[in-house]
Design a protein around this ligand. Structure first.
Ligand code: NAD
Length: 491
């Protein structure tokens, strides 16, 4: 069995930003600590960048874009380089997984089997897709040719969250680089290490200097200047709805850059009267909320169950929660490690306390564990007025609500400001189709909790999403401009 502790002890952690292909400290010389949430130890001191560093990174991205060193390549050449990057990621799976696990508190098994392979898969998928996409010719009179072409948008800024640091970076840079853009990435300040390593690997794979830059630091110091930058053409963001809103303001107040936002959620699983095997559903739904400590944007943090299956479902969920293994993230047996930070644990504890005070019934868990851990928690008898029905907790906490009919269950699922994902259980194919269409969410899983795959677009309705989609060839749209070229053949 792989000894992850030994890998951790020998790991070289990146300490510099990558700007214009070079390792850089912040212009101010300032640093901030990135810590291991499992131990509280400082892992590395990283550059605390500011607007001057952002200007340098954007200028290098602009230069490389206009030079055509990447944007001007034959698509198959970009494909070759990005395939090499995916191969380098695969070759470094264990090291990247340990770095991710230590920086974010994520269980090592998930990092090895999901985060790192999916990162490579995403980059490879977009690399392979983009030289097979054709542009269009418009219907026109015989004396004209109307070309409808897609061009790379230019300089893309990507502002990332801490819950899936590598994967979220791949979801942005995969399609952005494949379509020929130059990119400036701002990782979350809690989890910047693997972003820096990925940028080093990109250089090794042959991505030219300046095409992929990584600037580390705080949201207001790096994220805001990117959002307000006059020379950034598109900004793609994954994170909270609260911060997502700022990017619309930044764009409106600066150069009207394109903005694509993937934000929070309060996704529901709807269990209809004829849902089928309740034990099996409870097992799937335990995974849908407890996986990754519930720090997952599509986490099914609400379950709305028909009255006829409600009691059995609550009992089966509590049983599932009791089996969840909490512990050291570097132990392969661990299913849940610590939450990402003390501030985040405090937020989760606060919302759980409100749930208790408002009368929801704790069926399992309900308390913090050792260090920054929080127990898998099942609340029953939750009503739509309660705060834990409405607000994103982003922890391993599920709120179960009783519905008197299938119609009411679907209506309750939709009674939220968010619309990222939903799950629907029924054995009736007609109901499956009817209610899947009624659910107001970007992804609806039927009889399975699912985010789809790399081939399917991912994003949210309502306050969960804005301006485009990640994944699939649909993601390419946010990184390209549509142009009409009209050629008059009479001249
Ligand atoms: P966050 O919004 O706090 O931070 C995200 C990024 O924005 C970070 O890099 C942060 O430094 C930056 N930022 C913070 N304040 C800023 C400001 N004033 N101006 C510019 N940038 C700023 O989110 P988080 O806590 O890192 O992540 C958790 C959230 O992300 C949850 O709400 C979750 O649902 C969401 N999320 C959504 C998806 C999705 O695809 N829809 C995926 C993962 C996470």
């Amino acid at each position: 069995m792989t000894d992850y502790k030994t890998i951790a002890a020998r790991l070289r952690l990146p300490e510099a930003m990558i700007i214009d292909g070079k390792s850089e400290v912040a212009q101010s010389g300032e640093t901030f600590d990135t810590t291991d949430p499992a131990t509280g130890e400082t892992l590395a001191k990283l550059p605390a960048a500011g607007p001057k560093d952002v200007d340098l990174a954007v200028a290098s991205a602009r230069r490389s874009f206009e030079d055509g060193v990447w944007s001007g390549l034959h698509p198959s050449e970009r494909k070759r380089v990005l395939q090499k990057l995916a191969d380098l990621i695969d070759a470094e799976t264990d090291m990247l997984a340990v770095m991710e696990s230590m920086d974010a508190g994520k269980p090592i098994n998930d990092c090895v089997s999901i985060d790192v392979p999916e990162t490579a898969n995403c980059i490879r998928w977009h690399a392979e897709a983009q030289d097979k996409l054709y542009d269009q010719i418009a219907p026109s009179a015989p004396d004209a040719v109307g070309l409808i072409v897609r061009e790379p948008i230019g300089v893309v800024a990507a502002v990332l969250p801490w819950n899936f640091p590598l994967m979220m970076m791949a979801w942005k840079i995969g399609p952005a680089l494949a379509t020929g853009n130059s990119v400036v990435v701002k990782p979350a300040e809690q989890t910047s290490l693997t972003a820096l390593r990925l940028a080093e690997l990109a250089l090794e794979a042959g991505v030219p200097p300046g095409v992929l830059n990584v600037v580390t630091g705080m949201g207001p110091d790096v994220g805001e200047p990117l959002g307000r930058h006059m020379d950034v053409d598109a900004l793609t963001f994954t994170g909270s709805t609260e911060v997502g809103r700022y990017f619309l303001e930044y764009a409106a107040q600066s150069n009207m850059k394109e903005v694509c936002l993937e934000m929070g959620g309060k996704s529901a699983a709807v269990i209809l009267e004829d849902a089928g095997n309740i034990d099996q559903i409870a097992e799937i739904q335990a995974n849908a909320i407890f996986w990754n400590m519930g720090e997952n944007c599509t986490a099914n943090s609400r379950i709305i169950a028909h009255a006829t299956v409600y009691d059995d479902l609550v009992a089966a969920l509590a049983k599932q929660a009791a089996t969840w293994v909490m512990g050291d993230p570097l132990d392969p047996a661990t299913q849940n490690g610590p939450l990402v930070s003390a501030e985040h644990l405090e937020k989760v504890c606060g919302l759980v306390a409100i749930g208790k005070a408002q009368g929801a019934r704790v069926v399992y868990g309900g308390d913090a564990g050792e260090g920054l851990m929080f127990q898998p928690t099942v609340f029953a008898d939750v009503t739509p007025e309660m705060t834990i029905f409405r607000e994103e907790i982003f922890g391993p906490v599920v709120a179960v609500t009783r519905a008197e009919s299938d119609e009411e269950a679907v209506a309750m699922a939709n009674a939220t400001a968010y619309g990222l994902a939903a799950t629907l259980y029924t054995r009736d194919i007609t109901k499956a189709h009817r209610y899947a269409r009624k659910l107001k969410a970007g992804t609806v899983g039927v009889n399975a909790y699912s985010e789809g795959e790399i081939s399917t677009p991912f994003g949210g309705f309502k306050a969960s999403g804005f301006g485009g989609r990640d994944n699939g060839v649909h993601a390419h749209e946010q990184y390209s401009e549509l142009k009409t070229i009209w050629i008059d053949l009479n001249g």
